[in-house]
Write a protein that binds this ligand. Sequence first.
Ligand SMILES: [Zn+2]
Length: 256
Amino acid sequence: MALAESKGLILFTRNHKEHDMLVKIFTESAGKQMFYVKGIHRKNHPLKSAVQPFTEAIYIGTFKTENLSFLNSAKAIHPFSNIQQDIFMSAYATYLLNLADAAIEDRIYDPNLYHFLREALFLIDQGYDAEIITNIFEIQILQRFGVIFNWQQCAVCGQANHQYYFSHKYHGLLCEKHVILDTKHYPTSPKIMYLVGQLANVHYEQLNHLSFKPQTKQELRKFIDFLYEEYVGIHLKSKKFIDQMKNWQDILEPNH
Ligand SMILES: [Zn+2]
């Protein structure tokens, strides 16, 4: 089989036998692939830096359409060095990698998702607010899980204004006039719903250093958790870790 090459992001690695490793890579041109890397734990293995967590590189190997692929070499290795060294950043980055891994099947060509994930990692690595980067990622990746909302208009009358409430019953937003149709609408302020609509459409390249008030962040977190619980139903360990981390982060950095 001919050698192929593609840009890729390391999703995760798992040791295999004594010297080998399974490396899951989200490749730009062939989707997510599991690669077998022989002898990676031997000294001076040429692929060592290319298979570190939070790395992008051009990976060269045999890309199989079934079973394991094989990695031969790598070039243009770019480590996300700040993420690699920071427990907070790496917690968020791991969660985004896990979400991308869960959202689509292996070997599905999805360069848009690849670039979206890559941009998110670059921004976190550059010190942008990881919580906000994550919120945008969570909201926009919902459609890969088959969950699609119209964040711009009322589900009943189609009117577009800035006073919305979220209704599970109507699978979307309700305006002030129609919110009475669902007495069990999600209890959040229209301000948060408006913000979600903004985040659903923002491009990462448009982002300047956004910052939200702690209370806004908290409400947003709660609402996105609700969406994932109701509509996606996955429970990632990396997300649980972030939730726990937030508790001790508040203790360590009281002004955060
Ligand atoms: Zn309406």
